[in-house]
Design a protein around this ligand. Structure first.
Ligand code: G3P
Ligand code: CA
Length: 275
């Protein structure tokens, strides 16, 4: 089991007296967790994904976290974009890894979502950290890190420079579908909360979950994999569970009923109408 484990036990001890703890003994940490709303690529149901417009919208909607996808330009700048090509979400073409930062930055990353968003740019990773840390949590996904050798070290350095590599790190989590990359991230920043992403049922076996729990704090499956039994198993291993991607009220309600710890959604208000 990974040592930092969300700091849940530590917080529990600080928040409650021994008397209260005794009475709460049968209440699991899982039951004590709050449900967090994570704005997927920002509030991407309402604004162009992975842009300042979408992240500001998530902040305005009082989401608990923004989720961002990090890749790297040809000349080594970390940028925030989901696809490995720019074709779908910008007015350009080509692979992110083959375009320079100036080329990426010159693209219009907003118009695909509506003319009112024209002029939105592909944000840089450091720009997102500086603009949002301390204001909203940041769930950082390393997207296709196998395409970007050394990206883990670069991300670690950006976080270290800002003292964001600590448990009291203003709600910053790093996740990826690439498990080797997350093992490496855990070695580089042992105190940083780590998540593993999957949409594969093969990753939900007891053996797989136990292996994840040695370096990860969160097991983050697509919602089609989620059952109450899976949530309980993940919690029993000391990990949190955040599930994705909610784009309907029914999916939100399902995950609320399953008692996951966080819901990753394009529409923060579907999880909590007050948002
Ligand atoms: O955070 C979960 C989710 O972002 C994983 O899928 O393809 O949207 O990056 P994707
Ligand atoms: Ca993502």
């Amino acid at each position: 089991m990974k040592k930092t484990l969300l700091g849940a036990g530590f917080a529990f001890t600080l928040l409650f007296s021994p008397f209260q703890q005794a009475f709460a003994a049968e209440t699991t940490i899982g039951e004590l967790r709050q449900l967090d709303t994570i704005a997927h690529r920002g509030a991407s149901g309402y604004a162009p994904e992975n842009t300042i417009a979408a992240f500001d919208k998530a902040l305005e909607m009082k989401a608990d976290y923004i989720e961002i996808d990090v890749q790297r330009s040809q000349d080594g700048k970390l940028v925030v974009i989901h696809d490995t090509t720019v074709d779908r979400t910008t007015d350009g073409t080509g692979s992110v890894k083959d375009l320079t930062f100036d080329q990426l930055r010159s693209l219009d990353a907003g118009s695909y979502k509506g003319e009112q968003f024209s002029g939105e740019k592909i944000p840089t990773f450091d720009e997102v950290l500086d603009r949002y840390h301390g204001k909203i949590g940041i769930l950082i996904e390393l997207k296709s890190p196998e395409l970007y050798p050394g990206v883990e070290e670069m991300v670690a350095e950006e976080l270290r420079e800002r003292n964001l590599d600590r448990p009291q790190n203003e709600k910053i989590i790093i996740q990826s579908f690439n498990f080797e990359s997350m093992k490496k991230m855990n070695s580089l920043l042992p105190k940083m909360p780590i998540g593993v992403l999957t949409s594969s049922k093969a990753d939900t076996t007891d053996a797989a979950l136990q292996a994840f729990a040695t370096y990860a704090d969160y097991f983050n499956p697509s919602y089609g994999l989620v059952t109450k039994e899976l949530v309980d198993k993940v919690h029993a291993l000391g990990m949190g569970i955040s599930s994705w991607t909610v784009r309907s009220h029914d999916a939100a309600q399902f995950l609320i009923d399953m008692k996951v710890d966080a819901i990753i959604t394009d529409y923060p208000d579907y999880v909590d109408p007050r948002k």
